[in-house]
Design a binder for this molecule. Structure first.
Ligand code: SF4
Length: 379
């Protein structure tokens, strides 16, 4: 069976105020050591799955900021990957790009590597909001990055936006979306800002320096954003994901549908052949294990209970919902048996939950409240 491959590139030029992804400040020497370790990890994984089908169905390079990577080193890793695994020529190949680090030359090299879906972390076009996030780029970097993607003929590319930012008014999100829609990316992700413990943002909110908008306001922002994108021809296929038909992110769909994926790099997770693994979330620990010839991972044996909850949460966030038969096959129990019966009946009655051709999915309105509804169903 084929699988999606994820690489976590663990370096950034600075640390954004809201971010809790694993990253280190960029250091050229450390990057060289990371790639040495990554080559070992790739070979060890190829050996582990030597007797299996090693067909990669999609590649996603995230991080961190992979667009600041040394591209010679990245190219060497990709050569090794292609020599050890079966990588088709036409697979979806995404890479996250921070707008300020994108140049025409860089994008051209990435295209030569087979990248066919750059994803630009625009977040907002408002300088004030970018500064709240401690992002390094300015609006013109975002416009330029998308211009380069068009010049190079990328048919598919994505942009990321954030809503729920301190000080973000409805009008501000609407004009950001107007601008995004005018540059016509085939894919838009609209994420809600979350305050992660231990981040600078969390400290600023706790001290009162920054104030977050309340849930009702955020709901209005989200709903307005969804309507605006729908009018412009984007289909919401997951709570945060909007695409022109045919441009849905296949790699992410694999996560939501419970398909296999293999994660490389510090903090990356894998789900392969029914087993889950998590790589060390620490670059030095990751490199040390590989120097000793060991894979830098521990097996996650949290059991079926956590997997059931995850499958329900992720499935209900998609527009197609949960496939009942597949759920039963995976967990050996009918989906309804894992849901709160009273809430289930109430939500079916209110039209938020829809049994639909062997699937259970949320209505359009239900998707706007997906997390809340899932919590009710899992009680
Ligand atoms: S660039 Fe991305 S990964 Fe790096 S700190 Fe900012 S949000 Fe986090």
């Amino acid at each position: 069976m084929s699988f999606g491959l994820y690489l976590h590139f663990p370096f950034c030029r600075n640390k954004c105020s809201y971010c809790d992804f694993y990253k280190e400040l960029y250091d050229k020497n450390l990057e060289g050591q990371f790639y040495d370790a990554l080559l070992c990890e790739t070979e060890l994984l190829a050996a582990r799955y030597a007797d299996s089908d090693r067909e990669i169905s999609s590649i996603f390079i995230g991080g961190g900021t992979p667009s600041i990577s040394n591209l010679t080193l990245m190219g060497e890793w990709l050569d090794l990957l292609r020599s050890q695994f079966d990588v088709g020529d036409d697979i979806e190949f995404s890479i996250e790009c921070n707008p300020e680090s994108v140049t025409l030359e860089k994008l051209e090299i990435l295209k030569g590597f087979g990248v066919n879906r750059p994803v630009f972390g625009i977040q907002s076009f408002k300088p004030k909001l970018l500064s709240v996030l401690d992002r390094r780029h300015e609006p013109h970097h975002s416009q330029q990055a998308v211009y380069y993607a068009n010049v190079l003929g990328f048919k598919n590319f994505g942009v990321d936006l954030i809503f729920g930012l301190p000080g973000q008014m409805e009008r501000m999100l609407a004009t950001d979306l107007d601008e995004i829609i005018s540059i016509a990316p085939p894919h838009i992700s609209l994420y809600q800002l979350t305050v992660e413990p231990g981040t600078k943002l969390a400290a600023d909110v706790a001290s009162g320096r920054l104030r977050l908008s309340d849930n009702d306001y955020n709901f209005a922002l989200y709903k307005g954003g969804c309507d605006q994108m729908a009018e412009a021809g984007y289909e919401r296929y997951e709570v945060s994901s909007f695409a022109r038909p045919g441009f849905e992110c296949r790699h992410n769909i694999g996560y939501w549908d419970g398909s296999d994926y293999l994660g490389l790099g510090p903090s990356a997770h894998s789900f392969m052949q029914g087993r889950r693994y998590a790589n060390h979330s620490d670059l030095r620990g990751y490199m040390k294990a590989l120097e000793a010839g060991e894979l830098p991972q521990i097996e996650d044996d949290s059991g079926d209970e956590a997997r059931v909850t995850e499958a329900i949460m992720l499935g209900l966030r998609t527009s197609w919902g949960i496939n009942r038969e597949r759920f039963n096959e995976r967990f050996g129990v009918p989906l309804e048996n894992r849901l709160n019966r009273k809430q289930y009946d109430l939500l079916i009655g209110s039209g938020h939950l829809i049994p639909d051709k062997g699937r259970l999915r949320l209505s359009d309105d239900g998707l706007c409240l997906a997390d809340e509804i899932t919590q009710r169903l899992l009680k």
